[in-house]
Design a protein around this ligand. Structure first.
Ligand code: FAD
Length: 307
């Protein structure tokens, strides 16, 4: 089912993002964690795509597994950096023939150790170019990326929002945000998007900080501000994994409650292929939000697997 069809039925969506595991052992762990999360009946799931290569075919295999064997609406992430138009056209055909109806189209990050993204004469330079090409040639429901604290390469928020507007006008049906830890950035971003007449859903992408090292890593990777309040709460427990996990989860619960109470159109959960934080977060939400409670009740059904 197209995610835009799910929007018609669900005022808010609750989705999980996974990445393809790199080896057998992590694949086994992934299977266990994903299995537990699928019992929460997410509105849809998404599988990331390695812009740098490596696990790209694993993305397609996993998307196929979730969509066709496990019968969950699954969105394939796809990046255009380093890809020719021919390769993109071929891959879109493969996804279409596989029965995939949803794609998250993004440019992809520059390869490590390269100072700048090289323009690709045989392909596309920006997410919006990829979105336009796919919209014009295929019948997918299209998601794209949004950056409440602006994209790290962008000179200003105004510039970034204008580019995002181009992406929506090129055919993106909805947006999912980069992670953020202070909701004020999300609410301000929605206001700015509204001023640019961006009307599609902008779903907040959420990740709980569950270990101390992640704080610096997330912030460097994405440009997301880690509020002083969070740093102060976590600092005393920097060497205490259990306490950091608890504090990080409490903060994420607080963040998500505030988002949903104030009308966010759902939550896209960056699971990092782990299940416990998401399950605990859902449990807490189910006590306060009717739609999450319903998902929880439905989740008593085991997922459908092939005999
Ligand atoms: P774009 O929209 O292409 O923008 C990138 C930069 O270019 C911005 O600074 C923008 O302002 C600027 N820009 C855009 N259009 C123009 C223009 N016409 N002229 C001048 N400047 C312009 N990465 C992966 O490798 N695999 C994944 O699976 C993946 N999934 C993601 C999922 C989500 C929800 C998000 C938010 C990000 C994801 N990423 C993923 C990361 C993403 O690849 C990077 O953030 C990437 O740097 C930007 O991609 P984009 O399409 O969102 O950006």
């Amino acid at each position: 089912m197209k995610i835009t069809e799910i929007f018609k039925k669900q005022e808010r969506t609750f989705s999980f993002e996974f990445f393809p595991p790199g080896d057998y052992l992590t694949a086994v762990k992934f299977g266990i964690n994903a299995g537990q999360l699928m019992r929460l009946s997410p509105s849809f799931v998404s599988i990331t795509y390695g812009a740098g290569g490596g696990t790209q075919s694993n993305t397609f295999d996993l998307v196929n597994l979730f969509q066709n064997d496990l019968k969950f609406t699954c969105m394939a992430h796809y990046t255009c950096v380093n890809a020719s138009k021919e390769k993109i056209a071929y891959d879109m055909r493969v996804l279409h023939d596989m029965g995939i109806e949803n794609v998250m189209l993004i440019r992809g990050d520059k390869p490590k150790n390269e100072p700048l993204i090289k323009p690709n004469p045989a392909g596309f330079n920006y997410g919006s170019d990829l979105v336009r090409f796919v919209k014009e040639n295929y019948d997918f429901c299209i998601g794209a990326g949004a950056y409440p604290e602006k994209h790290v390469e962008s000179p200003s928020m105004e510039e970034d929002i204008k580019n995002m507007k181009v992406k929506v006008d090129s055919g993106a049906d909805f947006l999912i945000t980069q992670m953020f830890f202070d909701n004020k950035y999300y609410w301000e971003f929605l206001e700015k998007a509204k001023k640019q007449s961006i009307k599609c859903r902008i779903i907040p992408g959420i990740i709980p900080i569950t270990n101390f090292k992640q704080i610096k890593k997330f912030s460097e990777m994405t440009g997301a501000t880690i509020p002083e309040k969070i740093k102060k709460k976590m600092e005393p427990y920097r060497d205490n994994k259990k306490e950091i996990y608890k504090v990080g989860l409490d903060l994420a619960v607080e963040q998500v409650h505030e988002l949903l109470k104030n009308g966010a159109p759902g939550i896209h959960f960056y699971t990092l292929n782990k299940s416990s934080a998401a399950i605990q977060l859902y449990e807490s939400l189910s006590q306060n939000f009717k739609d999450v409670k319903i998902l929880f009740e439905k989740s008593l059904k085991p997922p459908v697997t092939k005999p």
